[in-house]
Design a protein around this ligand. Structure first.
Ligand SMILES: [Zn+2]
Ligand SMILES: [Zn+2]
Length: 179
């Protein structure tokens, strides 16, 4: 059985043919899909959970992507704190650090990452991490948060970076992204 652990199918760009996309995934052998509810504002988290509620093969994560954390308000955190406890939500993420694009100030990224790690611990769920050109800072924050269950998705670091994550028991995903 194949599980797609990182699918962005909640967005409006899939509204016209989402069911067909999901049907093609199933036909190709993907029987479970984790929809990452973390794009832009928390409407993404709400959409991901709604998809998971109506389809037993779909599960959700909730967070705000590091690109967008500079825009976070207390109301955004309230949505995530509520939805992270939802039974169809299997992880907190994607969260992390993206120093390649720097769309949000690095200090804001580090603060939000640490807070999402705290939330994951509070609800007893793993962390889906988006880390780009920021592996030293990421490892320090993950260690400070005593994170044990975690995937470093879309990995673009060095072999030593990968070994350091593996030594902590984390999963590392290789997706073929360019850097
Ligand atoms: Zn993603
Ligand atoms: Zn990502």
């Amino acid at each position: 059985m194949l599980t797609d652990s990182h699918a962005h199918v909640d967005g409006a760009e899939f509204d016209a043919d989402r069911d067909a996309v999901l049907a093609r995934a199933r036909a190709a052998g993907v029987q479970r899909i984790v929809v990452i509810g973390a794009v832009a504002d928390p409407a993404s988290a709400e959409r991901a959970v709604a998809l998971a509620e109506r389809d037993p093969d779909i599960w959700a994560t909730v967070a705000t992507h590091p690109h967008d954390v500079a825009r976070m308000t207390p109301a955004w955190w309230e949505v995530h704190e509520r939805l992270a406890r939802h039974p169809r939500v299997v992880a907190v993420g994607e969260t992390g650090l993206d120093y390649y694009y720097d769309h949000s100030p690095r200090e804001a990224q580090r603060a939000a990452f640490a807070r999402f790690i705290e939330l994951a611990r509070a609800v007893g769920k793993p962390v889906v991490c988006h880390i780009r050109d920021a592996h030293d800072d990421a490892r320090a924050i993950l260690a400070a948060g005593a994170v044990t269950d975690c995937v470093i998705h879309c990995f673009t670091g060095t072999p030593d970076d990968a070994r350091a994550y593996a030594a902590r028991g984390y999963y590392v995903s290789f997706s073929g992204i360019g850097s």
